[in-house]
Design a protein around this ligand. Sequence first.
Ligand code: ATP
Ligand code: MG
Length: 231
Amino acid sequence: NFEPVRGEIEFCDVSFHYSDAEENILEHFNLKVEAGQTVAIVGDTGAGKSTLVNLVCRFFEPTRGEIRIDGKNYKERSVGWLHGNIGYVLQSPHLFSGTIRENIRYGKLDATDAEIEAAAKLVSLDTVVARLEQGYDTDVGEGGDRLSTGEKQLVSFARAVLADPPIFVLDEATSSIDTRTEALIQNAISRVLKGRTSFLIAHRLSTVRYADVILVVNGGKIIERGTHEEL
Ligand code: ATP
Ligand code: MG
């Protein structure tokens, strides 16, 4: 449906503040991400990590400056175009009331059961599903409340993978994620992000090792950038 993108993303002199706040979360921020590169973002809580990736997804737009995808300000493209090309796993993922299968299928409405299960397997969600009596037909409850945050992230991860987008945004859950699910997510990340332009908010240095660029954010400012070896 949508003209495909290579996935080069450029922040050009981007400043951003939330409409109800005066303080800039980003100030004159510049960053060029080549197609296929992985940017890892680390930093303390409240540092501005989610804000940065939410701008990429255009849940918010820059207050000043622009974000270009394949050289063109994303505001000149349609929201549908952008969301046809970006997959995201948010920090507090939203699931629909319904089954795990239905929630994954939302990524590609005409997907077969085999495609759904392959996507689940790619992100190690199959391990979680195997523990459930009703498997993929398990009702996730209102907003997915019967699943843990980590499990919800995996379902939302599988949904995004099914859509197979060239750009991927992943905001790893911080709290309330059990070590077992976290290990599954870690495995999935390296497998899925390869070859896609990706932004990864990471809480462990091990996850960021293979990133092409690491941004260290603090107090809303990018304080350092470089590769794992440089930092
Ligand atoms: P965490 O590691 O806890 O997820 P973070 O680095 O993702 O933190 P952000 O969520 O980007 O941090 O928040 C950066 C700053 O912006 C914080 O001071 C936060 O309170 C503020 N903020 C976040 N979302 C909004 C919003 N919708 N409206 C106003 N201020 C916000
Ligand atoms: Mg966050």
